[in-house]
Ligand binder design. Structure first.
Ligand SMILES: *Cc1c(COP(=O)(O)O)cnc(C)c1O
Length: 414
């Protein structure tokens, strides 16, 4: 059997190293070094000027990190994959590559807290405008795009609002207008969601979540599908004349990521590679439990509403099914009567852990309004659709009955 014919899991497990290991190690060794030595000045010149692909310095490339990138490249069919040290490092590297002073980003207010702050505050200080609109309305998106739009950015299922955009409709608009579609797909990993099939050009992932294999550390990925004509990008136009569809990757790998210095560390890449090997099996178990738990919670009198796109009652159910299949992430939210009821519930949990983060092997609960969005003004929280009455649950690998009993017990008002 040829390696190309292997299944998703087969490709993850059997992607070869770039070079044979001298000891035949079955796992990729961790090359925990900063610099690489050369036999000659000529070889050194070739590596430093891009005429060879030898490693020079671990801020730029490293064999262990590259092995992780290669595996993701094989399973996604992407043009290039870049591993960074966190999801935020991936997002910031993408926008330092695409945006310049005078650019604007069209997005929604329904964003991960740090992404929102990165756009609205960090990038704003460099003269980049962020234009918030309703991404579920293609007409509104189109009305916000102009010649200075460097990207349309979205999260495929927003957290904690759980909003789903019709990606085919959105990507038709971005394609027509010559604007790249950048998507944060952290909530549904690539074993369940094929970003390129929906017209996404650049995918960003927080590897801290599913891929790390149970919250083993931070990580991030930028996946470039090579399916965008960068001649229409105000910033990458010149690069595109030389590098064509590889213009984004070229700018990112030859300049931006080297200068920002947030490349994944070898040890993190080792952990993330191990995490990849069990991704599908963990995802299947966690999403099965998530649907069962959300279904059970919907029937409890103390619970006002449950928000999970995998539930037939959810307004995005059909769209979610068509884009993410029957496994739309292992996270859901539910509403209780009040903020006080939420705090009471949080304080009574014994099995479910009080923690931020998503897709740990342990199930986690958080009250988003008072934590992740706790320093935002009430007005901004309202605009972002963050309710005081909402609890977010990230489902782990426990037995569903253990989780349900803990939640039921914590809901009792005594
Ligand atoms: C966690 C998260 C991020 C940020 O990732 P880090 O690895 O914590 O930097 C970005 N987007 C989404 C949707 C996330 O859940």
């Amino acid at each position: 059997m040829q390696k190309d014919d292997l299944s998703f899991e087969g490709k993850i497990l059997h992607t070869p190293y770039a070079k044979d290991d001298v000891y035949g190690a079955l796992s990729m060794p961790v090359y925990q070094n900063a610099a690489f030595e050369f036999d000659s000045a000529e070889a050194m010149e070739a590596a430093f000027t891009g005429k060879s692909t030898e490693h020079t310095y671990s801020r730029i490339t490293n064999p262990t990190v590259q092995y992780f990138e290669d595996r993701v490249k094989v399973i996604t069919g992407a043009l290039s994959v870049t591993a960074l040290n966190s999801g935020m490092a991936a997002i910031s590297n993408v926008f330092f590559t695409l945006a310049q002073s005078g650019s604007n980003i069209v997005t929604s207010r329904h964003l991960f807290g740090n992404t929102y702050s990165f756009f609205a505050s960090t990038l704003a200080a460099f003269g980049v405008e962020v234009r918030f609109c309703d991404l579920t309305s293609p007409d509104e998106v189109e009305a916000h795009i102009d010649a200075n739009t460097c990207a349309v950015f979205l999260e495929i299922i927003t957290n904690p609002q759980m909003e789903v955009t019709d990606l085919a409709a959105l990507s038709a608009i971005t394609k027509q207008n010559g604007v790249p579609l950048v998507a944060d797909t952290t909530i549904v990993p690539f074993c369940a969601f094929k970003a390129a099939d929906f017209g996404i050009n650049i995918e960003v992932v927080s590897g801290t979540k599913y891929i790390s294999g149970g919250a083993t550390g931070l990580g991030g990925l930028i996946i470039d599908y090579g399916n965008f004509n960068w001649l229409s990008s105000p910033k990458l136009h010149t690069t595109a004349k030389e590098f064509g569809t590889a213009a984004f990757t070229s700018k990112l790998r030859k300049e931006i990521h080297r200068n920002l210095g947030a490349y994944m560390t070898p040890h993190a890449a080792y952990m993330q590679t191990l995490g990849l090997e069990t991704l599908t099996i963990r995802y299947e178990r966690a999403t099965n439990t998530c649907l069962k738990l959300a279904t059970k919670l919907e029937k409890l009198p103390e619970v006002e509403s449950v928000n999970y796109t995998g539930l037939p009652s959810n307004k995005y159910h059909a769209l979610s099914l068509s884009q993410f299949g029957d496994r739309p992430g292992a996270m859901f939210t539910f509403n209780l009567a009040s903020r006080e009821a939420c705090f009471h519930f949080m304080n009574k949990l014994n099995v479910v852990r009080r923690a931020t983060n998503l897709f740990d092997n342990k199930t986690l609960a958080i009250h988003p309004a008072s934590t992740i969005f706790g320093t935002f003004t009430p007005e901004v929280r309202k605009e972002m659709n963050i309710s005081d009455k909402t609890i977010r649950i990230s489902v782990g690998l426990e037995d569903v009955e253990d989780l349900f009993n803990d939640i039921k017990n914590a809901l009792k008002i005594i």
